[in-house]
Design a protein around this ligand. Structure first.
Ligand code: ZN
Length: 463
């Protein structure tokens, strides 16, 4: 029997339901662990019966360890005149995620060293995290920062960073076969709409529709904190990964921009063909990005040890909209119509998967590289290694490209390219051509990774 998407009633009421759910979830302070994530699941469970899992602090997941659990109840700053000038309850972006507790009086200079702003966006509060480097800090608009006067300030962050657990959720719809389609999204961002309440909401409504259908494939909906959660999920579900036939990472699906499809690492997987063909058939304006080994959780699913057929279908990609990781990514930025349109496009993709449409192969750019020297093997091919604890990655999760230095950015990107493509088959020359990163930078990075034992050199002569 054919999948009948026409039977699905997607009317204006769905548009409103999706947006209302976003309004309900917006104020909750989510992070990679903690009660904000659990509260979010409590709300989602009213729509679909998600199963949640708790993984204890200290549990090893590949190269990573589940961190302490973070919870926060309050945070504020009182100025020298006794006035509250910053209040966590007005925006949970005001506090660096994972801030340790603090309650003291400090001079302006010291306070300033703990405040983050976006200088070229004076009215925006940035979204900053410090998951793996214990620190405390506030975020405010640059306008507010520039008005701070000399004197003694009282700073309070009422948070707890203790042993606990990481929470993730899954919803499974059993089809006729065990062959699986996975949709994964991340639930760790606080009050930010496009990145990524939009992904959470689309997934919940997609699941709600599909559970009433007669499906050939089984469908798995994965709700995890970004990076650590995807790594945890892959660690706990490694035995079943062979069932995955198609996968999509769902993020940034609520803004009014055009669709963007980021291809899988395989470059010509069935899901790549299906999504691109669907977007063409719908006569939508869209962009296609070749796979790159950074971004969101597709980089874990597509790490060389797994190389799963997981792409990412978004609207305007993360980092490419100016509201990204700031208070401007709010309920005004995301549009009801865009959310609904994204849901419809995802349903068309499911329809193409179910009906097994025959689609010709995609053209894949060939990269010529004869070099059989400078070939390495990533010693942690399953997901990415934890770079932070080796001191070769920044400690703060910053946002847009334009607030970072070019040098740091290039170095960090070169790490991801080398680790992802060093599977014994690709030389540094190949990686340079593929990434557009200068061969000399890649050589310097490879040396650093060798020193940390994250790479091993392949010696062709001794083989
Ligand atoms: Zn993000």
């Amino acid at each position: 029997m054919k999948f009948k998407k026409n039977k699905l009633k997607i009317d204006d009421s769905v548009e409103t339901q999706m947006y209302d759910l976003m309004v309900e979830l917006f104020p909750i302070c989510r992070s990679i662990t903690g009660d904000g994530v659990r509260k979010t699941f409590d709300v989602l469970k009213k729509i679909i019966k998600i199963t949640t899992y708790e993984v204890s602090t200290g549990t090893k997941v590949f190269d990573w360890t589940i961190p302490k659990e973070w919870n926060i109840t309050d945070a504020y700053i009182i100025d020298p005149n006794g006035k509250k000038i910053l209040d966590f309850h007005k925006s949970n972006l005001h506090v660096i995620q994972y801030s340790t507790p603090i309650n003291k009086e400090i001079e302006l200079d010291e306070l300033k060293s703990h405040i983050h702003t976006i200088p070229n966006k004076p009215k925006s509060i940035p979204y900053i995290t410090s998951y793996y480097n214990e620190d405390w800090g506030f975020c405010m608009t640059n306008e507010q920062f520039n008005k701070l006067k000399d004197g003694v300030y009282k700073v309070v962050i009422d948070s707890k960073l203790k042993d606990g657990s990481l929470t993730y959720g899954e919803y499974y719809i059993e089809g006729k076969t065990k062959q699986e389609v996975i949709f994964s999204t991340y639930i760790c961002h606080p009050s930010l709409c496009n990145d990524n309440l939009s992904g959470i909401i689309l997934l919940v409504f997609l699941a709600q529709f599909l559970q009433t259908q007669n499906l050939t494939y089984s469908y798995r909906f994965i709700f995890v904190p970004e990076t650590i959660g995807a790594i945890t999920w892959l660690n706990k579900n490694e035995a079943g990964l062979d069932y995955i036939k198609h996968g999509l990472l769902v993020t940034c699906v609520g803004d009014p921009g055009n669709f963007t499809y980021k291809k899988t690492r395989q470059e010509n997987a069935d899901i790549d063909k299906i999504v691109i063909n669907t977007l063409k058939k719908l006569k939508l304006n869209f962009n296609v990005q070749d796979f790159f080994p950074y971004g969101s959780d597709e980089r874990q699913f597509c790490s060389p040890g797994f190389n799963l057929p997981v792409g990412s279908l978004m609207r305007t990609p993360y980092r490419q909209f100016v509201q990204y990781h700031s208070s401007e990514d709010n309920l005004e930025f995301v549009k009801k119509e865009s959310l609904l349109e994204s849901l419809k496009v995802y349903l068309e993709v499911v329809s193409a998967i179910e009906n097994k449409e025959d689609i010709p192969d995609l053209e894949v750019k060939k990269i010529e590289s004869d070099a059989d020297t400078e070939i390495f093997i990533n010693t942690n091919p399953k997901c990415e290694p934890q770079l932070g604890r080796r001191g070769i990655y920044r400690n703060f999760g910053f946002g847009r490209l334009d607030v970072e230095s070019d040098e740091t950015e290039k170095f960090e990107l070169s790490i991801f390219w080398i680790l992802n493509y060093s599977d014994g088959n690709h030389s540094l020359e190949y990686i340079s051509k593929k990434s557009g990163i200068d061969l000399d930078i890649l050589r310097q990075t490879a040396l650093k990774l060798l020193k940390c034992n994250l790479l091993e050199k392949v010696n062709r002569e001794s083989n």
